[in-house]
Design a binder for this molecule. Structure first.
Ligand SMILES: Cc1cc2nc3c(=O)[nH]c(=O)nc-3n(C[C@H](O)[C@H](O)[C@H](O)COP(=O)(O)OP(=O)(O)OC[C@H]3O[C@@H](n4cnc5c(N)ncnc54)[C@H](O)[C@@H]3O)c2cc1C
Ligand code: FES
Length: 366
């Protein structure tokens, strides 16, 4: 090996070793003592032990920021403005922040470690997010990998949310998993049904929370939920609506449509395209078909991408099916929900047909 390569190798090993030593030392010996967290210019403030992430520290004080991935830095939903004490922007945050957000001191709260006094600003509505100790009233097998769960709220409690929003569900420690963990799930029930919450959950092989839900949860079990979160909800316009969902992405769309019925919104033509692989992946078809019969403004179009069996549904990829149903979409508004790949593909089709990006709303299940 050349002397230069040897020198590079030695330096890399030394700096790597040093970093690991520093991390170990910080883990075992760092003591940040008590620090002050100031929220919205003194509207709330608390003294807490430093050392945990800002997201965890805030939730220990019952201030809940949205968190899709449970603090792993992979969803970008836990943003808040950090005006003081956040330290430098980390490489783990940059993929989730645009230029405007960086200029305005927006940070990912799960990536910031609380080491000294911190000043933050959060939207006012987050201050009223609540934790609910619920009980599972009913679990329904919708398909081979999708379950519906209905949670009863504690006696005397109710929840106020906008159709389309989500809640965080906490799993308890199980098998080798030692800590409670949370993930985001869109609420599928209507806001009018405010003494209970329904969620639709698709099993992710080896997924921490979905394994808990599918393999450990039973009717009657207690479950912690926090919410409501999110800005995916029906905008108050008179535009025609197109909803597109795949898999468990049906959840918030169902809530939005049930809410339109409850609120008597019948002047907006609405078409719901539901993409699935085969007949075995369809659910809630009877309910949406019944809504279609009773409400002339609503149309339900299930489409199957890979099922050549003899079935009454539209065949094809959901993007192709949507594209073939419309000409110019400039005056239409879209609500999309499902995997990031599906949403990106749909957005391309919609904008290609003239729909402005400002009229496209979505929740990516990332
Ligand atoms: C705003 C929001 C709303 C959401 N609403 C719903 C909902 O209503 N219903 C629902 O089922 N999910 C929903 N999700 C997704 C959900 O929060 C979890 O990400 C998902 O259930 C996986 O969690 P897990 O703990 O089981 O898997 P994890 O332990 O987080 O992941 C395990 C592995 O699977 C991969 N993975 C994670 N998610 C998926 C996926 N969807 N498909 C394939 N691979 C994946 C990961 O990359 C990882 O390698 C939503 C997400 C967001 C951000
Ligand atoms: S909770 Fe911070 S990125 Fe997901």
């Amino acid at each position: 090996m050349s002397p230069i390569l040897t020198a590079i190798l030695v330096i890399s090993c030394l700096s790597g070793g040093l970093t690991i030593l520093l991390l170990i030392a910080e883990y075992f010996f760092a003591n940040y003592g008590e620090v002050n967290i100031d929220v919205n210019d003194g509207e709330k403030s608390f003294r807490v032990e430093g050392g945990a992430s800002l997201l965890t520290t805030l939730s220990s004080q019952k201030l809940f920021l949205p968190s899709g991935c449970g603090g792993r830095g992979s969803c970008g939903t836990c943003k808040c403005k950090v005006l003081e004490g956040g330290g430098p922007l980390l490489p783990t945050e940059t993929p989730y922040l645009n230029d405007e957000e960086r200029k305005n001191n927006v940070r990912l709260s799960c990536q910031i470690k609380v080491k000294n006094n911190v000043k933050i600003q959060v939207p006012e509505e987050l201050l009223s997010i609540k934790e609910f100790s619920t009980v599972i009233e009913k679990i329904t097998d919708f398909t081979h990998d999708i379950k519906g769960l209905r949670f009863k709220l504690p006696e005397g409690e109710s929840i106020k949310f906008k159709a389309g929003q989500f809640a965080n569900l906490f799993s308890k420690p199980y098998d080798d998993i030692r800590e409670e963990t949370s993930r985001a799930y869109s609420i599928s029930s209507a806001p009018k049904d405010n003494r209970a919450l329904e969620l639709i959950i698709r099993y992710v092989p080896n997924g921490m929370v979905t394994t808990y839900v599918f393999k450990h949860l039973k009717e009657g079990d207690p479950v912690k939920l926090i919410g409501p979160f999110g800005d995916f909800f029906l905008r108050d316009t008179n535009r025609e609506i197109v909803c597109i969902a795949g898999g468990s992405g049906l959840a918030p769309i169902r809530s939005i449509i049930l809410d339109m019925i409850d609120r008597g919104i019948n002047n907006r033509k609405t078409t719901f395209f539901f993409g699935a692989v085969g007949v075995k992946d369809l659910y809630y078809v009877d309910e949406f078909k019944a809504i279609e019969k009773q409400h002339p403004w609503f149309r339900f179009v299930p489409a199957l991408s890979r099922d050549d069996s003899d079935h009454p549904y539209t065949k094809g990829l959901i993007t192709d099916v949507v594209a073939s149903n419309y000409g110019d979409m400039k005056e239409i508004e879209a609500y999309l929900c499902g995997s990031p790949g599906m949403i990106d593909a749909c957005e391309k089709v919609l904008t290609g047909k003239g729909m402005p990006k400002t009229q496209i709303f979505y929740d990516k299940f990332s």
